[in-house]
Write a protein that binds this ligand. Structure first.
Ligand code: 6R9
Length: 695
């Protein structure tokens, strides 16, 4: 009650159109209420011993550092940046000038004019200046017992061999390389090899379908695609090379020809003889890469040269190519990693994400390696062969920092404490959560059962676009409230605005925006700078708009309440409703579709699809399955609708806009909260939908 985000949509007509569009989705804040309950929980105070040893030991120490980061961002960040190697340095007077998003065109630049290389800083620097014999990567295969490791020196050799091969086949600075690999060590190796030669990697999560891969290849037109023949995930084998074959075939039809598909033979899943092969285009990784020298000159790039592209979902059908550049991203991911997890050189760090998402980019590959950390890379599913696997891995490698997603926590919580408590877990020191709001009960289970009430939890809020962590506790520095991401990271100025874009003060709730810029911010959407400005900087003039709702409590703690746009967050994966709708309507028997998110016990949100069939086509179980299959094929299994709701018609305004607000209420069975339906062109549609609810 009294929740500002629940205000009725009155007075919206004065809003700029982008803000109005967003304001229509106020009701998307599905999980806000359950999160709010966390406030009544007593705050969890860090142990004095932990705080004493922490990089930031108190709220006062944080406040002092934070103040400096806001008052003098150039000074604050350049001091940190000097810990890295720069071939040429930036001009301190000009480098951070272009970070005001308040006026005119948005053009963000950090360390402009400086030259560096992120691969050099993440790998070579650790071999030269530190201990090349330190383990960089532990690799744990899907099957227990299958594992491997690479020291920093060995990692450097592998990266150089691949970099030399890529150069040999003509990949140079600024060229795109698509990487479609599962969690083998070759995935971070491939990212680093691209970075070393100034090529721009675009990693596509290996759970994406051939169509999604096609779309991404066609958009960035790589010279090479890197993949493997197959991978074992849980008890399933996924034939990645077949998916790449289909995608490259589709691209060729559109005139996009990729001349080379470098394929890693993943022997644990499939032998090369069983792999379909296109002579002239396909090359086995193991046949060529190991023959190249283990030394490879670094390509020094400008701080603002692109490092990678990563496609993410927005509120329209077309995925957005988020572009990150080199210098600012490097400094930002390294610094956030260090402080958000209170990193110490003796730590063993494991993040359960996949390098196909931003979390894997920033906090498996770049952030940890830039700190010289030892990183566990896990190929399989965290609950295979049983729900104890994660803790088995923690004990095996003596993991000290464990970073995961609320969906995994909730699912393991359901499997019972026994699977956890039968393992020691005494190495654990810091826990982390990312991807969606963590509900207080999952938070408490993670804290009490997994962490034995000993390990602070870093609930890190950030996005593909932000490059790195934006709002997070610093372990040991202040009391935690279960479900709150707490306070902003250094240099980050979150503001909560109302529908009109007014900054709200004190205890408040509204839209989360960021004032000014930070080094890890994305610089553009690939090939569409206008969409970049319109989507992120126009809705609330003068700010970066995150797309999330947020509440600030009386103590200044931030509580993220979920997306307020047409993006659904399923198990921490961002999925645009428009993407699922367009997949559904591509089915010959589907006339129209509207997709909304509903609360889901394990996944956070589930996908609920209202489907209108072509005139005369009857509903059937078979058709339901075939619609779901269409989505799996077009996007990926993770985007498959949880529910198909047959809809004779959809609730629309007289101008033909689908009223999702009403659909959300029907989907979540909040039938007494349908609100005003009088503006519908045909209000009886709503009764028909309710009548069909249980079909
Ligand atoms: C890193 C990542 C971004 C969206 C973001 C928000 C949600 C992520 C969160 C969180 C509440 C957290 N989100 N972390 N919400 N608390 N700790 O997940 O990037 O895939 O781009 O998703 O995820 O809704 O807007 P990305």
């Amino acid at each position: 009650a009294g929740h500002p985000l629940r205000r009725r949509a009155d007075g919206m007509s004065q809003l700029p159109s982008a803000a109005r569009r967003i304001a229509h989705h106020l009701n998307a804040v599905v999980r806000g209420d359950s999160l709010a309950s966390g406030e009544s929980d007593p705050a969890v105070v860090p142990s004095p011993l932990f705080s004493q040893r922490a990089l930031v030991s108190s709220l006062d120490q944080y406040r002092e550092m934070y103040r400096r980061s806001i008052e003098d961002p150039a000074g604050f960040w350049s001091e940190i940046a000097t810990q890295f190697y720069w071939k040429e340095t930036w001009d301190p007077e000009v480098y951070a000038e272009n970070i005001d998003v308040r006026k005119g065109a948005v053009s963000i630049e950090w360390f402009k004019g400086a030259k560096t290389n992120i691969c050099y800083n993440a790998v070579d620097r650790n071999v030269e200046g530190r201990d090349g014999g330190k383990v960089a990567l532990y690799w744990e295969g899907n099957e227990p017992g299958l594992d491997g490791r690479l020291t920093y020196s060995e990692l450097l050799d592998r990266v150089c061999q691949l970099a030399n091969y890529l150069k040999h086949v003509g990949v140079g600075k600024g060229d795109a390389v698509v990487i479609y690999l599962p969690m083998l060590m070759e995935l971070p190796i491939a990212m680093l090899a691209c970075a070393r030669i100034g090529a721009v990697h675009s990693v596509v999560f290996a759970g994406f379908s051939a169509e999604s891969l096609t779309q991404r290849i066609a958009d960035c037109r790589p010279k090479v695609v890197l993949t493997c023949n197959a991978v074992q995930r849980g008890s399933k084998t996924i034939f990645l090379k077949d998916i790449v074959d289909t995608a490259l075939g589709e691209c060729a039809k559109d005139g996009v020809h990729v001349g080379l598909c470098l394929t890693y033979e993943n022997l644990s899943a499939m032998k090369r003889d069983d792999t379909k092969w296109q002579e002239g285009r396909d090359v086995w990784w193991q046949d060529v890469v190991p023959n190249f020298p283990t030394k490879c000159e670094v390509e020094w790039v400008d701080a603002e040269d692109p490092l990678f592209l990563l496609y993410t979902s927005g509120s329209t059908g077309k995925p957005k190519g988020v572009l990150h550049t080199t210098g600012g991203y490097m400094v930002y991911t390294a610094t956030t990693f260090k402080y958000a997890f209170d990193y110490k050189p003796t730590d063993i760090y494991w993040c359960t994400a996949d390098c196909g998402w931003i979390t894997g980019h920033s906090y498996i590959t770049y952030g940890p390696l830039l700190n010289g950390a030892t990183v566990v890379v896990y190929e399989g599913a965290p609950n295979y062969p049983d729900p104890g696997r994660s803790w088995d891995i923690v004990d095996k490698y003596k993991v000290t920092i464990f970073y995961t997603a609320p969906t995994l926590i909730r699912s393991l919580m359901r499997d019972g404490d026994d699977y956890v408590t039968r393992y020691s877990r005494k190495s654990l020191r810091v826990l982390g959560s990312v991807g969606e709001p963590i509900n207080p009960s999952a938070w408490r289970w993670f804290f009490n059962v997994v962490g034995d009430s000993r390990c602070p939890i870093s609930d890190t809020w950030w996005q593909t676009e932000t490059g790195g962590i934006m709002i997070t506790p610093l372990p040991g520095a202040w009391p935690q409230k279960p479900g709150s991401a707490t306070f902003p990271f250094f240099g980050v100025q979150p503001v909560i605005v109302d529908e009109k874009g007014n900054e709200l003060e004190g205890e408040c709730s509204g839209y989360l925006c960021i004032k000014k810029s930070w080094p890890g911010a994305f610089r553009t959407l690939y090939g569409d700078h206008e969409r970049y400005e319109t989507t992120y900087f126009k809705p609330f003039a003068g700010y970066y708009f995150s797309g999330d709702g947020c509440r600030r409590d009386k103590d200044g703690y931030h509580w993220l309440t979920g997306r307020v746009d047409d993006v659904i967050n399923v198990s921490g994966h961002r999925i645009g409703t428009a993407e699922v709708e367009s997949a559904l309507v591509s089915h010959a028997q589907c006339a129209e579709a509207a997709v909304v998110g509903v609360e889901h016990e394990v996944k956070g949100q589930g996908i609920y699809a209202f489907v209108t069939l072509v005139e005369g086509v009857p509903y059937s179980e078979e058709l339901r399955k075939s619609l779901i299959l269409t989505v799996r094929n077009q996007i990926g299994a993770f985007a498959a609708p949880d529910k198909i709701h047959w809809a004779p018609g959809l609730p629309k305004t007289r101008s033909g806009k689908i009223m999702r607000r009403i659909l959300r209420k029907i989907a979540s069975r909040q039938l007494n909260e349908l609100g005003d339906t009088s503006t519908l062109s045909d209000p009886t549609v709503v009764d028909q939908l309710i009548a069909l609810s249980d079909h």
